[in-house]
Design a protein around this ligand. Sequence first.
Ligand SMILES: *Cc1c(COP(=O)(O)O)cnc(C)c1O
Length: 423
Amino acid sequence: MPTPPTPTPTSTTLADRAAALDAADALAHVRDRFLLPEGVVYLDGNSLGALPAAVPAAVEDAVHRQWGTDLIRSWNANGWWEAPVRTGDAIGRLVGAAPGQVVAGDSTSVQLFNTLLAAARLRPGRRLLLTDPDHFPTDQYIADSVGRLLGLDVRRVPAREAAAVLAAEGPDVAVAAYAPVDYRTGELHDMAALTAAAHAAGALVHWDLCHAAGALPVRLDAIGADFAVGCGYKYLSGGPGAPAFGYVAHRHQAEFDHPLTGWHGHAEPFAMSGAYAPAPGITRARIGTPPLLSLIALEAALTAYEGVDMEALRAKSLSLTGFFQECADSLLDGLGFTMATPREPARRGSQVALRHPEAYPLIAALTARGVIGDMRAPDLLRFGFNALYLTHADVLHAVGELRSIVTSGAHLAAEHQQRPTVT
Ligand SMILES: *Cc1c(COP(=O)(O)O)cnc(C)c1O
């Protein structure tokens, strides 16, 4: 009997696959922990996570009861004083950090400056700071500033070449500062391998987890990471301007000599001493008064992860990104797109980026149709997948809309050519 020809995937077969994958989704119930607007497919949770359902009531309580009624008593009565370390521990559970090593507060840029400089101070006499030429801009700018302050040469070495440089010039390297996920292409680097290469050279490693925390399993303690920071408003969905976090491994805390010696990190903050004496443990990584309304929102947002196994989350995230690539292969073929994100699951974070010369107007036209992604100059369309609230049906819908826009030329309309301040 002749073998029947392999059917080319059509949107009907893709729809069947999406339905089957969604029916088998063990995390489907978690979507109800988010308040998503009707008719929107939100693929920008890697820039600003969607609103968790637990947040509005927590913020309402923080404003009216805690601030409005309890007033200053809230520092003791409502746990305000402990909030940075308590929330840090909640984040620690998602990034493989045992309690007492993570503090929440300030922005990623501030946490990065504080911990990167402290890391470099732990390796005096070594003159090199390695960082990625493709690192997020703030990470490169702050590495340069730390370099100027401490007299270090900042050398930009791509993540995939860092192990070789560490092997060759290791004794000169103080710190290697990298991100596990490339914020543009979503490429995932091997954290354990780079950490081991840094340690073999006697250097320290500093990880920026902005695109990893809450998106995939991170094992800071298990791989022996030294320092890390991450964002509260991306996958963790803590809200606009949510506090960031910093990780200082237990073994470095006693020597942790950071530049931002604020009074909340003092051993006895209310002794009001004129001389700084660092608190023991992670508390010394605290800086000053935290933005409590935002911190309370972040703490409430993290409850969306209750009972969620990070391995199951990773499996769903890979299923969503893999399905997006499959849909793009069949629906966008020949329409001028190239895939910027690796196809091997082990090399993919939780986003997919496509290159297209018309990236900006395409994203604008998609947004007008309720499919929200973003673009990164010059030609990347970037789609982030938060597996807590997205479905495979959402993925197919998004790619289908993109196909419809390109084939109809809807993105060529004048209204989609104007670039706003924030892309
Ligand atoms: C999002 C992001 C930041 C943002 O820093 P902010 O201080 O919050 O503005 C920094 N680094 C990386 C790698 C990021 O992805």
